[in-house]
Design a protein around this ligand. Structure first.
Ligand SMILES: Nc1ncnc2c1ncn2[C@@H]1O[C@H](COP(=O)(O)OP(=O)(O)O)[C@@H](O)[C@H]1O
Length: 282
């Protein structure tokens, strides 16, 4: 599809240069373990910041867990899909074409997403942000190579969940058009290997949001199935990209937020109380 790319997608010079220079990748095959030291240094304020990415199929919960973690660690949660949707509210011919590609479950061209991401990172840097959790980027190995070369990622958390549940979760997703928070009306029950039952209860909106629920244009069954197909083809290799570099943390989502969140903190060796206390003292 030929797309017109307006100036608004052009990123500012520094990050654009960094991303564009990132053509060559050096393989780091050193064994890698959980970046506990990163977390410690971040907690002590002695490091530039945690630079993590969240991978996983549409509907797996990247946004939910990335935003909870970012808020706990007091670093920004940068969701590529949100950056895109925000940008595309500005009406133009290019926006219309990009929205149409999105609603069919297609990935957008690299220069569009890189432009938006570099602009967001540069804004963060000028505001003194330290680190980030990226969600929805990278989605192709070429994006992963560019990111690795331009910035360097400490860890890729790869969330996993059974395919049928992903479809049900996407179809149940609702978004408050005012506060932009995500909710889910689906009640999901499934069996894991070994036969034990897992349930993911709905995540219902508070009364203030209940009348403001919207459904994303790409959360139709056809678009979700296409996004899952595109994920398998284009994004699955990104898991191997980070696995090869010893940076991949596979994490199976088994259950709702009350069960999954403590398990995630546990594998990351994070204690919520440390951070809550730190915020109270600050
Ligand atoms: N890194 C990316 N590269 C290309 N397109 C992207 C990227 N991130 C998001 N998009 C576009 O935005 C859409 C929505 O992304 P997102 O909100 O992350 O939802 P999901 O993970 O549920 O697919 C994608 O289907 C794709 O069209």
């Amino acid at each position: 599809m030929a797309l017109v790319r307006p100036r608004l997608f052009e990123s500012s010079l520094k990050w654009r240069r960094a991303f564009c220079n990132a053509a060559q990748v050096t393989l780091d095959m050193n064994t890698w373990s959980l970046p506990i030291q990163d977390i410690e240094e971040h907690r002590n304020g002695s490091k530039m910041g945690i630079q993590w990415v969240f991978l996983g199929c549409p509907g797996v919960g990247k946004g939910t867990y990335a935003s909870k973690l970012a808020s706990l660690l007091s670093i920004p949660h940068i969701a590529m899909g949100d950056l895109i949707r925000q940008e595309l509210t500005k009406p133009s011919l290019a926006s219309k074409k990009l929205l149409s590609a999105m609603s069919q479950g297609q990935l957008l061209p690299d220069d569009v997403v890189l432009g938006l991401l570099s602009r967001r990172l540069e804004m963060g840097a000028s505001n003194g942000e330290k680190g980030f959790i990226l969600d929805g980027f990278p989605r192709t190995t070429s994006q992963a190579e560019i990111l690795e070369q331009a910035i360097g990622i400490d860890m890729a958390v790869n969330l996993k969940l059974t395919k049928d549940i992903l479809v049900t979760k996407c179809l149940g997703r609702r978004i408050c058009h005012q506060c932009k928070k995500n909710f889910n009306i689906a009640t999901i029950e499934f069996e894991v290997d070994g036969g034990s039952k897992v349930s993911m209860p709905p995540l219902l909106p508070p009364p203030a949001c209940a009348s403001k629920m919207t459904i994303r244009a790409d959360d139709t069954e056809d678009a979700v199935r296409e996004r899952l197909r595109v994920y398998a083809e284009e994004s699955k290799p990104v898991e191997d990209f980070y696995r090869l570099r010893g940076k991949l943390l596979d994490f199976e989502v088994i259950g709702g937020i009350p069960e999954t969140w403590p398990r995630l903190l546990d594998v990351l060796n994070l204690d919520e109380r440390d951070y809550t206390l730190q915020k109270m003292v600050a």
